[in-house]
Ligand binder design. Sequence first.
Ligand SMILES: [Fe+2]
Length: 196
Amino acid sequence: METRSERGSRRVFLIASLSGGVAWAAALVSGARAAMACGGEGAVTPPQTEGPYFKPNSPARASLIEPGMVGTRLVVEGSVLTADCKPVPRALLDFWQADAGGRYDNAGQRLRGHQLTDDAGHYRLETVVPAQYPGRTRHIHVKVQAPGRPALTTQLYFPGESANQRDGIFDPKLVMKVRDVEGGKIGAFDFVLRGG
Ligand SMILES: [Fe+2]
């Protein structure tokens, strides 16, 4: 049984295949919107530990790609939503992650950046796939904050990783929908913030 999101991913892949080697960015523009995560059971995005590598004052940028950066290109995109499915414009998302070698930049701001959702509550991050590192499966850290609200600190995970089951804090509710496209991958995830 083919789901709506699977059809969406196939369309993205087709666009990527037709438009050649630099297609990944174009494909991502057309990108697969994650199915709305709100409204179902367990809808609110669970928090996770910040871990030891957060740094304040990340640069404002939607792309963490820098010249010479190695690794599989990855776009993560989706929406920030309230628990009753309303998009949250101008929500702050602050991402930080390990590089393709499993290292964090603790001296500078490499692979760190923040952005605001657009008027429709959408975000789009351009980055590379982080490597796993000792004790942790592959993941991306993020803080998500609606205007005037407390920040949600959590992490995003990748599907099909054997290390997921060996990671003590892995949560299947935080697994992105990840699709291969020419030149990289697209991850989709909608954050659903607790109301009140
Ligand atoms: Fe980490």
